[in-house]
Design a protein around this ligand. Structure first.
Ligand SMILES: CC(C)(COP(=O)(O)OP(=O)(O)OC[C@H]1O[C@@H](n2cnc3c(N)ncnc32)[C@H](O)[C@@H]1OP(=O)(O)O)[C@@H](O)C(=O)NCCC(=O)NCCS
Length: 123
């Protein structure tokens, strides 16, 4: 996986810098997702799609692929945290079956709240 490309796209999107690990997947140089697995719990650390490639279903396809691969590794529970104003990402996660389970007030440097979501059902 191209670490420099992942770092560059994370900067472009204003996302924290996460390095790809053994539970990371990419679709060409168009989309990537980085997860952290601990026991049977998984957390999505970072996901982004190149600007020109958005709205084509890539993130949804990649997330479904990640879920399948992580289940093969023993995953049972999937969590993620997202800025409450990130409507595109929240809509994507809801479409995949994630539901809000909690909120962290003022979590981000700009005072924005974090929405914590868990995969409840695989549609
Ligand atoms: C969020 C992101 C990964 C979505 O990638 P994408 O490939 O464009 O998403 P998809 O095409 O797979 O869309 C799947 C669903 O997500 C939702 N969605 C995607 N883009 C959306 C937008 N701009 N507005 C509203 N909903 C959107 C829709 O529900 C969509 O389903 P639909 O096409 O049936 O309407 C992308 O916008 C991105 O890289 N954003 C910047 C990085 C980021 O915010 N990452 C998330 C950090 S938590």
């Amino acid at each position: 996986m191209d670490k420099e490309w992942i770092s560059a796209i994370q900067s472009e999107c204003g996302l924290p810098q996460f390095k790809p690990n053994s539970t990371s997947w990419a679709w060409e140089k168009k989309a990537f997702a980085i997860w952290q697995m601990s026991g049977d719990e998984c957390e999505l650390l970072s996901i982004a799609v190149e600007q020109a490639e958005r709205g084509k279903g890539l993130a949804k396809m990649l997330m479904e692929h990640c879920h399948k691969e992580l289940v093969k590794l023993g995953a049972k529970n999937f969590f993620l945290e997202v800025r409450e104003n990130n409507t595109a990402a929240i809509s994507l996660y809801k479409k995949l079956g994630y539901e809000k389970i909690s909120e962290r007030k003022g979590y981000y440097a700009n005072g924005e709240n974090a929405t914590i979501m868990k995969l409840i059902s695989n549609h």
